[in-house]
Design a protein around this ligand. Structure first.
Ligand code: JHZ
Length: 392
């Protein structure tokens, strides 16, 4: 039932930053599959959660103004529309969302101890555990059923989706609301952003596949919002089927129809995507090699998990992109996983020494362009691989 549509080669673990570059690093074969029955797109290799989400997890949601604003806006909406007694967040990271709520009203779940330490220190109740049935039982026995459960960019990172939704359904009150948001498969296909696939992104959700999945747990989508975050995400508002107090909006049907029209449930769509990915690789290498021939210097901007897939698939090393820069302290002076490219601490003058900046964090293009007006004004150029490699 699972059909292979793209092989992105041997890849390192996306957030496994090393202080000293090693040619041999833990790796796996990144292969993408489409399931013709469930319409779910997934990667085949499952790295244990304990290895990926450990006590040194470097990604911090609060590192970007865009994300902080998005969480702030959502918090306001949740308070106004649902006013939950308690909100539980699965994957609370460094508290970018829960910090918008009063301490008595939220519970965070964050297995990466370096992150849960941050929210605990801020005074927020945080469980340093992986999300599963056992934990949901523990929470229910302490707090009773929960009327709002939220999770952004987390559920697609957990292999056992059956356990995930069973646990949620068990803990959610009868009139409760579950809100989840994750990168949209439709946007990924449209933008040719094959870098949405790496070991942590086990699944890429679409409204079609989420609807199918939820039906097994007596849950259903009652509203959908399109977001520009993470290269185009979908926020799904979900309720129990037995809850008739919330009506299903037209947006749900519209999104599903749009996805079907694009061919999200047809294998040929994925074969076409895979051909475009190969074209994208060849074009990016052509651009980078031309710049190298003219003795100009390129820095990578934003050492994202996504860019690890691009650099390793295209086998780009420091002869093409000499360094990366990033604002995350945990990434400073480490090497991009799998490549011999060092990540330098960001400072506002760092681009002065370079002629081109390759947008690893292309999803924050607007925020970055705003910040780097000086570089653009002096003739500096950005390179993006989305939707097809080009200079901007
Ligand atoms: P960003 C991570 O993916 C991993 P990544 C994870 N698997 C996931 O699902 C998503 O997040 C949500 C830097 N930066 O958000 C900060 C600058 O240096 O695209 C970050 O390292 N300067 C959990 O890693 C990176 O770029 C800037 O001005 O693909 C952005 O990473 C800005 C705006 C960002 O997620």
């Amino acid at each position: 039932m699972n059909k292979l549509f793209l092989d992105l080669g041997m890849q390192p673990l996306a957030n496994n930053y090393l202080k000293i570059y090693k040619k041999k690093q833990p790796n796996y074969n990144l292969k993408l599959f489409f399931n013709s029955k469930s319409k779910m797109v997934s990667i085949s290799k499952r790295i244990p959660s304990k290895i990926m989400f450990n006590n040194k997890y470097p990604y911090r949601s609060s590192m970007s103004i865009t994300m902080k604003n998005s969480f702030k806006k959502l918090s306001k909406e949740i308070k106004e529309k649902f006013d939950p007694k308690i909100l539980l967040e699965i994957g609370s990271n460094d508290g970018a969302l829960i910090s918008n709520f009063s301490k008595k009203k939220v519970i965070g779940i964050e297995p990466c101890k370096n992150l849960s330490k941050i929210t605990k220190k801020m005074g927020y109740r945080t469980y340093s555990n992986y999300w599963n049935l056992e934990l949901s039982r523990k929470i229910k026995s302490t707090y009773g059923q929960i009327d709002l459960i939220y999770s952004a960019n987390t559920l697609t990172h957990i292999s056992n989706l059956k356990n995930v939704f069973k646990s949620i359904s068990y803990l959610l009150s009868d009139n409760g609301v579950l809100i989840i948001e994750d990168p949209s498969l439709l946007e990924c296909l449209k933008k040719n952003s094959y870098d949405q696939f790496y070991n942590e992104h086990i699944y890429l959700f679409s409204a079609v596949s989420v609807k199918e999945l939820l039906s097994k747990f007596d849950l259903e989508i009652f509203d959908i919002k399109r977001l520009s975050t993470h290269g185009g995400s979908l926020r799904y508002y979900i309720k129990k089927k037995t809850n008739h107090t919330l009506r299903i909006t037209k947006k749900v049907k519209n999104q599903i129809l749009k996805e079907i029209k694009y061919g999200i449930n047809k294998f040929e769509t994925y074969k076409l995507f895979s051909r475009n990915v190969l074209k994208s690789k060849n074009k990016l290498l052509r651009i980078l090699n031309e710049i190298k021939k003219s003795n100009k210097k390129i820095i990578g901007y934003g050492a994202t998990a996504k860019v690890v897939t691009v650099l390793n698939y295209c086998k780009i090393d420091k002869d093409l992109i000499s360094h990366f820069t990033d604002t995350t302290p945990e990434k400073f002076n480490n090497f991009i996983p799998g490549r011999n490219i060092k990540i330098l601490k960001y400072n506002k003058n760092i681009l002065n020494k370079y002629d081109y900046a390759f947008l690893g964090a292309w999803n924050f293009k607007r925020e970055i362009f705003d910040k780097e007006k000086k570089f653009i004004k002096k003739g500096g150029k950005f390179i993006t691989h989305i939707p097809m490699p080009k200079l901007i």
